[in-house]
Design a protein around this ligand. Structure first.
Ligand code: ADP
Ligand code: MG
Length: 689
C-alpha cells in the first residue's frame, strides 16, 4: 500500500532510472513528490478552434489525427515527426523533433488533445513540439484545464512528473496538519491537505492563489520561528571580543588600489563595532553585485587575525573559493597572514611570508591558517577550528539553514563565533528585518566611483554578426567576453542554445584564431578551476558557460556579457550574469539574445535594458509574472522559501505575529510538538540545489 514514506521506486511506473533522476531533484519518497511544486501553470481551460488560432498564443486544441509520419531532415541529422490534426473548423500541421517513437503511440483516426504555442513557418500556421495526450476519457491532466509546469531537468518530462503526482495525490489526505486551528482560522488559510492537492491540480486561479497562500505561510512561519529561536540563542551565548586595530586597518585601506566608498566604510565600521562586543554578531551585509562586499569582509577578517584568532569564509562554489583565496592572499600580502583553501579538489595553504602555495591536508590547514576559505567541504565532520572567532558566509542565499548553522558549530571552544552573512539579494532593510529578525543589516547602496553603467541591449538575429564584430574589436583591445547558454548539451528542444554547440560554432566558424574556453556543471572541478584561472589570467579570451558563472566570480577585464536564450532565465538571474562584467572602469556591455518574441518576454528583457538596480528588477519581475507564475527557487535568495514571495509584506507580518505569540508562551515549543517536529525537520533537511 502507498504511504507518504513509500520510496519513490515503489510507485507504479517508476523504475531504477527514473528513481535515480528523481533523486537528483531531491525526490526520494511519495511525500517529497507532493512537495515538489509546480512553478507555473499553463492555462488550457479554454479549448481553441483551429481556425481561430493566433500566432504566439498558448492554446489547447482537440482534434483527430489525419496523417502521421516520420521524416529525416536532409541537412541536420534529426528526425521530424509530421502530423496533421483537424477539428470541425480546420486542420493544422504539428511537428515534433527527435521523438520518432510518437508514431507508435498516435495513429490516424486517434482523437488527441494538444497543448502548446502557435507558431508560423514557411508552410503556414504550425505547432512545434506541443504536449500531446490521447483522449480516452475526460481525465486529461497534461493538456486541459490549469496544467502544472514543474522545474525539472531535461531527463524527466513534465508528463512523467504529472503522471506520478496524479497517482499519489490522494496521499495528501494522510499529511498531518501541523498548524493549530487558531492559526488556520485567524489567517484564513486552507487546510494543508487541500492546499497540496490544489497546488498540483487547481481548477482555477483562485485555487492556485489559496494553495500558494497556505504553503507560503508555512514557509514564512517556520522561517520566523527559526529566526526568533536563533535570536534567543545568540543572546545566551558569548563571543570573543575582537579589538579594532586602527593602525593596521588604516594601512590595509591605504594600500588598496582604490578608495573605499562611503557605504563600504560605514558597513565596515558597523561590523568592526559589533566584533568588539562579547555578544556574537549576527549581521547581514547586503550590496548589489559588484558593490565591493569582499573588501569589507577582508577588513573584518584582518582584525580577527590581528587579535590572534581565526576567520572562516564559506562560499558556494569552488571557482569562487579559489578566486577569493587568490585575491585575498594578494590583498593581505603585506600582513604576514597564512591563508588556507579547503574545497573538494583543492587543499592549499598560502604562507604569505614565502608567498608559496603548498598542498596539505585539511587538518593541517585548519590548524595553521589564520584565514580559511572554502566551500561546503568545510562542513565535513572532521573539520574543526580551535580558535574560531568569525564566520563569513558569502552569497548566503545559496546555503540552507542547516549549513549555516553547522559552520557556526565548527568552533572547538565554548565561545560562539561572530557571524557575517553577505548577499546580493536586494531586499529593503525593513523586509530583511521582518524576515530575519535575528540579523542586523548593513547595506552598500553606492557603487564604486568610476563605474560606468553597463550598456544593455536586446540584439536581433539579423544583428548577430555585428555583435560578433564588436566582440572581435573588444578582444583586440585586450578585453574578455562571457557567452552564457541555457543548456549544456544539444537538446531536442529545438533552438535552445547549448554551451557545447555555441562553443563549437564560435571556435570553428566565428573566431577560429581566438582562444575560447567552455565551462559547465559536468566538467570536473579540477579542470573547471584551470579554465577559470586561464580566463582570469587573460589566456582565454571568450568563456562559453552555463549558469555556473552566475555567482560571485570577478573578472575585471571582462567587458561583454552575451546571453543566449535570455528568455529562459529570470530577471534576477540575468542581472547576476550581467554583474559579472562592469567590474572595472572600462565601459561594459550586456547583449541579450532571445528567439521568443512574445510581448511578455520583450517586456522583461526591456526592463533589464532600462534598470541597473537589482531591487527594481526584482519588483518588475514579480509584476510581469501573472498569478500562475512564481519565482524559481534559486532566484529569490531564500532557499527556505519555495513559494513565498519577498514582497508579500502582509503574509510575512502575519507569520511573524503568529510566531511571536507562540515563542513568548512556549519558547522551547514543548507544548507544540507538531510544530517543533516540523521545525526540526526543516533544519535537518534543507538541501542545496
Ligand atoms: P561583490 O559585492 O559583488 O562581492 P566584489 O567585492 O567582488 O563585489 O567587488 C567587485 C570589484 O570591485 C572587485 O574587482 C573589487 O576589487 C572592486 N572594488 C571594490 N571596492 C571598490 C572601490 N571602492 N572602488 C573601486 N573598485 C572597487
Ligand atoms: Mg561577491
Amino acid at each position: 500500500m502507498l504511504t507518504l514514506t513509500t520510496e519513490i521506486i515503489n510507485i507504479n511506473k517508476v523504475g531504477k532510472v527514473i528513481a535515480q533522476r528523481l533523486k537528483k531533484l531531491n525526490i526520494q519518497t511519495a511525500q517529497d513528490l507532493l512537495y515538489f511544486f509546480p512553478f507555473r501553470y499553463e492555462n488550457y481551460s479554454q479549448l481553441s478552434k483551429i481556425n481561430n488560432l493566433k500566432i504566439g498564443d498558448n492554446v489547447n486544441i482537440v482534434g483527430t489525427v489525419e496523417l502521421i509520419q516520420n521524416k529525416r531532415s536532409p541537412r541536420k541529422r534529426i528526425n521530424i515527426t509530421e502530423c496533421l490534426v483537424s477539428d470541425d473548423s480546420a486542420s493544422i500541421k504539428i511537428i515534433w523533433f527527435n521523438q520518432p517513437f510518437i508514431i507508435k503511440n498516435l495513429h490516424s483516426g486517434d482523437k488527441i488533445s494538444l497543448a502548446g504555442k502557435v507558431e508560423e513557418d514557411f508552410s503556414g500556421v504550425i505547432m512545434k513540439s506541443p504536449i500531446y495526450e490521447k483522449i480516452y476519457s475526460n481525465a486529461n491532466i497534461h493538456t486541459q484545464g490549469m496544467v502544472p509546469v514543474y522545474h525539472s531537468t531535461s531527463n524527466i518530462t513534465q508528463k512523467q512528473i504529472r503522471f506520478l503526482t496524479k497517482q499519489i495525490i490522494d496521499l495528501t489526505d494522510k499529511i498531518e496538519e501541523w498548524l493549530t486551528d487558531d492559526i488556520i482560522k485567524n489567517n484564513s488559510l486552507l487546510p494543508l491537505n487541500q492546499a497540496l492537492k490544489k497546488i498540483h491540480f487547481p481548477l482555477n486561479n483562485n485555487d492556485i492563489l489559496n494553495a500558494r497562500k497556505r504553503i507560503a505561510f508555512d514557509e514564512l512561519f517556520l522561517l520566523q520561528l527559526q529566526s526568533q529561536i536563533t535570536k534567543k540563542e545568540l543572546k545566551n551565548n558569548k563571543a570573543k571580543k575582537i579589538k579594532f586595530i586602527k593602525k593596521e586597518t588604516q594601512k590595509f585601506v591605504n594600500n588598496l588600489p582604490f578608495k573605499l566608498t562611503d557605504d563600504q566604510k560605514k558597513s565596515a565600521w558597523q561590523i568592526l563595532q559589533d566584533l568588539e562586543k562579547d555578544i556574537p554578531m549576527s549581521r547581514l551585509l547586503e550590496g548589489d553585485v559588484g558593490s565591493g562586499k569582499t573588501v569589507v569582509a577582508v577588513m573584518a577578517m584582518l582584525n580577527v587575525v590581528l587579535n590572534k584568532k581565526q576567520a572562516v569564509l564559506m562560499v558556494p562554489t569552488e571557482i569562487l573559493a579559489k578566486q577569493h583565496f587568490e585575491s585575498i592572499s594578494k590583498m593581505l600580502a603585506d600582513f604576514k597572514i597564512t591563508v588556507g583553501l579547503i574545497t573538494r579538489s583543492n587543499k592549499l595553504i598560502n604562507k604569505n611570508l614565502k608567498n608559496k602555495k603548498q598542498k596539505l591536508n585539511s587538518k593541517i590547514i585548519t590548524q595553521n591558517s589564520q584565514i580559511i576559505i572554502g566551500t561546503h567541504a568545510l562542513l565535513q565532520k572532521k573539520i574543526k577550528f580551535d580558535n574560531l572567532a568569525l564566520v563569513i558566509i558569502d552569497e548566503q542565499h545559496r546555503f540552507g539553514v542547516k549549513q549555516r548553522k553547522s559552520i557556526i558549530e565548527k568552533s572547538n571552544s565554548k565561545y560562539f563565533p561572530h557571524l557575517l552573512s553577505m548577499t546580493a539579494t536586494p531586499i529593503p532593510r525593513s523586509l530583511a528585518l521582518a524576515l530575519y529578525g535575528d540579523l542586523n543589516v548593513s547595506i552598500i547602496n553606492e557603487m564604486p566611483k568610476g563605474r560606468k553603467n553597463i550598456i544593455t541591449k536586446i540584439i536581433s538575429e539579423q544583428k548577430r554578426n555585428d555583435a560578433y564584430k564588436f566582440i572581435k574589436e573588444q578582444i583586440k583591445n585586450n578585453k574578455q567576453i562571457f557567452v552564457i547558454c541555457p543548456l549544456i548539451d544539444i537538446s531536442d528542444k529545438m533552438g535552445v542554445k547549448s554551451a557545447k554547440e555555441e562553443y563549437k560554432k564560435l571556435n570553428e566558424k566565428i573566431f577560429p584564431d581566438i582562444k575560447i574556453g567552455i565551462l559547465h556543471g559536468k566538467i570536473k572541478s579540477k579542470e573547471k578551476n584551470q579554465i577559470m584561472l586561464d580566463f582570469l589570467n587573460n589566456k582565454i579570451k571568450i568563456l562559453v558557460a552555463t549558469s555556473v558563472v552566475e555567482v560571485g566570480v570577478d573578472i575585471p577585464n571582462a567587458t561583454v556579457m552575451m546571453i543566449e536564450g535570455a528568455d529562459r532565465f529570470g530577471l534576477a538571474q540575468l542581472h547576476q550574469f550581467r554583474g559579472r562584467v562592469g567590474r572595472s572602469e572600462y565601459q561594459s556591455y550586456c547583449f541579450l539574445f532571445s528567439d521568443n518574441e512574445s510581448k511578455k518576454t520583450l517586456d522583461r528583457l526591456n526592463a533589464l535594458t532600462k534598470y541597473n538596480n537589482g531591487f527594481e528588477l526584482a519588483k518588475i519581475d514579480l509584476k510581469l509574472r501573472g498569478p500562475g507564475e512564481i519565482y524559481g527557487t534559486s532566484q529569490k535568495g531564500f532557499p527556505e522559501l519555495k513559494i513565498a514571495s519577498l514582497f508579500d509584506y502582509q503574509l510575512i507580518n502575519q507569520a511573524k505575529i503568529e510566531a511571536e505569540k507562540i515563542i513568548i508562551k512556549d519558547p522551547e515549543l514543548n507544548n507544540h510538538p507538531k510544530i517543533k517536529n516540523k521545525l526540526n525537520k526543516l533544519i535537518n533537511n534543507t538541501h542545496l540545489e
